[in-house]
Design a protein around this ligand. Sequence first.
Ligand SMILES: Cc1cc2nc3c(=O)[nH]c(=O)nc-3n(C[C@H](O)[C@H](O)[C@H](O)COP(=O)(O)O)c2cc1C
Length: 166
Amino acid sequence: MDAEAFKSAMSHFASSVTVVTTDGAAGRAGVTVSAACSVSAEPPSLLVCIHHLSPAAEAIVRNGRFCVNLLAAGQDRVADCFAGRVAEFREDKFAAVQTVPTPGGCPAIKGATVAFDCKLAEVHRFGTHRLLLGLVEDVREIDDIPLLYANRNYHTIGPIAPAGRA
Ligand SMILES: Cc1cc2nc3c(=O)[nH]c(=O)nc-3n(C[C@H](O)[C@H](O)[C@H](O)COP(=O)(O)O)c2cc1C
């Protein structure tokens, strides 16, 4: 299977967009991640997949903590900043946002729909990526529409009327 054909096929997935942040002895870092999903409610746990060369992945492993910030509609520039796409903020991505510390000490991004405060539980390596499993210890939630990424572009969603109520 050719990697480019695989990437093209995967581009049809509509994903939520998160910025995964960390802070602690190894320093503050953050990276835009669409490969984030829930694992289980018992215990409450999340999985994020980050390239093994990412300084953020290394900082998460060394800090032992991370925060998954689910971005809201309108935060596409935040996503671009934490993906290193905005030259002005490449040196200091956090200059593009306001943050508040989670109980675990990681930066929660203001305006994000949800911030999941996680303790790193397990790290696995598969191919080019690190698979980081986190135990969710706290959530900070606001009511907003999530930002989506599909077909290599940002989108937002509107509510779909439940069946029978259209
Ligand atoms: C919408 C979007 C989703 C992304 N999802 C991921 C992802 O799931 N995992 C990953 O490793 N990189 C992902 N990236 C790429 C990283 O954000 C990008 O490579 C970033 O520059 C890495 O930053 P760092 O090297 O400072 O850690 C995504 C980028 C965008 C724009």
